[in-house]
Ligand binder design. Structure first.
Ligand code: PLP
Length: 378
């Protein structure tokens, strides 16, 4: 039997009775769009994250778009985001006619590099073509970005912060959960994310009541007091009630799942910390990770060989991400080309993510560990 990279079947087996019951409740009441489970979930998510407001939506990319729209981001605005991320981060900015400015990442945290961020804000100001508007950090692989430092830079520069926590939801920093660490936080409930539904889903979080109202309106076609009173251009971006029902069950199980992910991460740390040419994910004081991925750096140029050797032993792995955004065909004209963001470029050649999910048992974890140790030695 081959080892799954993410085991949604095991999770469903564990939660089946509750998930089936809640889905059937929706089938019985028939409120498929904005049914009672959606509001119930938003309250539960806001309480979990420690944010005053949560607005669910259709997916994590829309969550980013809704946040940017609510703040009026558009042509002429510069939004600073890491290059080493998933494409949606820059895509949402571009869809609104604004300009992503790609920033390098820190090689230890995989997250936005603060010194490079400050350099690029200064460079955009000096050039005078774009107006710096926002910083969009990403909690890559589940580890929160350094929000206290990023918020301080934003305050100094007159910018606002949109946390792309599609991978980070469930993590925390200095006792505060992701969702309450930036002006607006977005997340995704894509099935493979730490908190995933059975289709597409997303949410935004904020403490700002005015912004929450605007984002709620944008989610449903820019409605005002009633749905035929249209006061702004919006989207059709509601979360399906059935997905809210699934998420209510999964959110209740999430704290224990986060602990299980941390246990797997610690087992991996212990198994690989002393291996030459392998760097385990760095820990950040005061932070917990949602462990969307457990990602090693293989610094001896043998990443692809190691991945092939793992595969031969039935152990799946994945490369997130093989190419940074500033070198993507669609975005290459926006950045400085090869060599301009050296850490992002180097990491895309070094990273390898291992199976990570809360149902990974000790025997399977051990098997993965010995397969990797063998692959490195061989
Ligand atoms: C998954 C992801 C998104 C987009 O989420 P979708 O729900 O797939 O639209 C955005 N940013 C990052 C960093 C992601 O990993």
């Amino acid at each position: 039997m081959s080892i799954p990279f993410i085991d949604l079947k095991a999770q469903y087996a564990r939660l089946k009775d509750d998930i089936d019951r809640r889905i059937h409740t929706v089938l019985d009441h028939g409120g498929f769009i904005m049914g009672p489970e959606v509001g119930e979930l938003e309250k539960a998510l806001a309480a979990f994250a420690g944010a005053a407001h949560c607005i669910t939506c259709a997916n994590g990319t829309d969550a980013l778009t809704i946040a940017l729209m609510a703040k009026g981001v558009g042509p002429g605005d510069a939004v600073f985001c890491p290059s080493f991320t998933f494409t949606a981060t820059a895509e949402a900015v571009l869809l609104l006619g604004a300009s992503p400015v790609f920033v390098d990442v820190d090689e230890d945290s995989f997250n936005i590099d603060l010194a490079d961020l400050e350099r690029r804000i200064a460079a955009v100001r000096a050039e005078g073509k774009l107006r710096p508007a926002a910083i969009m950090p990403v909690d890559l692989f589940g580890r929160p970005a350094d929000y206290p430092a990023i918020n301080a830079i934003a305050a100094r520069e007159g910018l606002w912060v949109l946390a792309d926590a599609a991978q980070g939801f469930g993590g925390s920093l200095n006792g505060k959960r992701v969702g309450s660490l930036a002006d607006i936080t977005s997340t995704s409930f894509f099935p493979a994310k730490p908190l995933g539904c059975y289709g597409d889903g997303g949410a935004v979080f904020t403490d700002d009541a005015g912004l929450a109202k605007v984002m709620e309106s944008i989610r449903v076609h820019g409605k005002g007091g009633d749905k035929y009173d249209i006061i702004r251009v919006g989207l059709n971006s509601r979360l399906d009630t059935i997905q809210a029902a699934v998420l209510l069950v999964k959110l209740a199980a999430f704290p224990a799942e986060l602990e299980a992910r941390e246990r797997v991460a610690q087992a991996y740390d212990r198994a690989f910390a002393d291996l030459p040419g392998v760097i385990v994910p760095a820990r950040m004081p005061g932070a917990t990770s949602a462990w969307a991925q457990y990602t090693l750096r293989l610094t001896n140029g043998k990443r692809d060989q190691v991945a092939a050797a793992l595969k031969a032993q039935g152990v799946p792995s994945a490369v997130y991400y093989p190419r940074p955004m500033h070198l993507q065909t669609a975005y290459v004209g926006l950045g400085g080309g090869a060599g301009s963001l050296p850490v992002s470029e180097r990491l895309s050649a070094e990273v390898l993510s291992l199976p990570m999910h809360p149902d990974l048992d000790e025997a399977t974890t051990d098997k993965i560990c010995s397969a990797l140790r063998g692959a490195i030695a061989g």
